[in-house]
Unconditional design. Structure first.
Length: 468
């Protein structure tokens, strides 16, 4: 009976028969903290966190045991909107009677439980606002979003350092957003104004069944610590290929950490201008498992999006990131940077470099995936494979000439000779020389590159594959 009364109250609120709730500082808005707007969601998640702790303390307890106990709490709660509870594999989603969309993903809950640090200190030096220099199309600025650094011990300052290095190479400004400054509106603003945006966070999908987070997923999510700015429209229930889902929802807390999941549609809806043909680097799990993140943002003008097919290791992502941006800061094309990255670290998560390809596929190891003007999304269910990247995007004009191995500014027979001598171990080449020598961008530097250089010299080749 209480559920029916509460349900009718929600309907009355939604059609305006009862005035909306206000708090001491006035009428609530999207900028009002999520916990103030949706106290019933916070209440049920506190009970879920307690049952998770109790379950984890039991001998031989599993992730599935915690999920089962959490489901029972939600199912019995008077805060759950009747008819809204829906399973997606062993994950489940529901709405509270005060309008919040919530979701419980066992895989995400376990990952964050293992990595919890338990501090809530904001990092010094974070920049809460982006400084825009130049026009939209000529942006040189960089934004790094780190919602869990200082809270989750897995995250380091590597991306903040990289972001500043990229901005220096471009002659722009790097803004580093941490913890509560990582809001959906700040992300939208950065995508509208920056040449490079980096998501350094957790990621997820709306499906989980053991190690499978992909087969029946509707969308992919970026996790945030702050729910400020997330609207009722963002949390609206929509129909997908595999049941209903939300573009944004609350995934609960774990100690001082909170998890708000937003997909590309939710972010794009907060953008009021198009992106400046920019690069989005998603250092998150499952960002490319579906098209739910990249497709709406590409539709808003993001030129190139990089992400992973599955859950990626921190160490593997860091290796890829260093190689890729080393090349991009020199003015390399995306295809050239990806070729260097894979040549140095392999075709899948470097933490599993010694795995066979069959084992990689069996154990859901992450593959790097690029979507750009030249690189179509492989398609859901087809991202666990080696991708041939041909993207021509650049962050700046190249500071070198492809094929110019000796660095004298021109492509001559000496360059081919120098490369051939390297291939038979008669001399060494620096990292940048190898970047310049990799004119075919096939993730290898070999005799075929030397042949292409010679063909260019005798005018049988007008342009290298690596060139924009």
């Amino acid at each position: 009976m209480k559920r029916i009364v509460t349900f009718l109250l929600v309907i009355a609120l939604s059609v305006g028969l009862i005035p909306s709730v206000t708090h001491a500082e006035g009428k609530q808005t999207d900028e009002t903290p999520f916990e103030v707007r949706h106290p019933q969601a916070i209440d049920v998640w506190e009970k879920i966190e307690q049952i998770e702790d109790q379950t984890a303390a039991k001998k031989n307890a599993t992730i599935a045991d915690a999920a089962k106990a959490a489901y029972a709490i939600v199912e019995a709660s008077e805060t759950t909107l009747p008819g809204s509870l829906e399973r997606h594999g062993e994950a489940f989603f529901w709405r509270t009677v005060d309008g919040a969309a919530c979701g419980y993903n066992p895989g995400l809950r376990e990952r964050i439980r293992r990595s919890k640090a338990g501090t809530s200190v904001e990092l010094a030096g974070s920049t809460p606002e982006i400084t825009v220099q130049g026009g939209v199309a000529s942006s040189k600025n960089v934004a790094v979003f780190q919602p869990y650094i200082g809270l989750d011990s897995s995250f380091t300052d590597q991306y903040a350092t990289e972001g500043k290095s990229i901005a220096k190479a471009l002659g722009g400004v790097c803004s580093v957003y941490t913890i509560s400054n990582v809001t959906i509106d700040n992300i939208a603003k950065a995508l509208q104004t920056c040449a490079v945006v980096i998501f350094d966070s957790h990621g997820d999908t709306d499906y989980w069944n053991g190690d499978d987070c992909v087969s029946r997923a509707n969308t992919s999510y970026l996790c945030l610590q702050s729910g400020v700015g997330i609207t009722s429209e963002d949390m609206k229930t929509v129909s997908g290929t595999y049941g209903t889902y939300q573009h944004a929802y609350y995934a609960g807390s774990n100690g001082v950490m909170k998890y708000y999941c937003v997909d590309g549609t939710a972010i794009a809806n907060h953008m009021t201008e198009s992106a400046p043909n920019s690069l989005l680097w998603m250092a998150i799990c499952l960002g490319m498992a579906t098209d739910g993140l990249h497709k709406p943002l590409r539709g808003k003008g993001v030129q190139t999006v990089y992400g992973y097919s599955q859950s990626v290791s921190f160490s593997g992502d860091y290796k890829y990131e260093e190689s890729f941006f080393y090349a991009m800061k020199l003015g390399a094309t995306v295809r050239s940077a990806i070729s260097l990255m894979k040549r140095e670290h392999g075709n899948w998560d470097p933490a599993y470099a010694d795995y066979t390809e069959s084992r990689v596929l069996k154990e859901y190891v992450a593959f790097p995936i690029v979507v750009s003007d030249e690189d179509a999304y492989p398609g859901k269910g087809k991202v666990d494979a080696v991708q041939t990247v041909v993207g021509k995007g650049q962050l700046k004009a190249a500071s070198f000439v492809y094929g110019d191995v000796d660095g004298d500014g021109t492509v001559t027979s000496m360059d081919a000779s120098l490369l051939l001598r390297y291939l038979v171990n008669l001399n060494s080449l620096s990292r940048e020389q190898l970047l310049r020598a990799d004119v075919r961008t096939d993730c290898a530097v070999n005799a075929s590159d030397a042949s292409e250089i010679l063909r260019r010299i005798v005018q049988l080749k007008s342009k290298f594959d690596a060139e924009p």
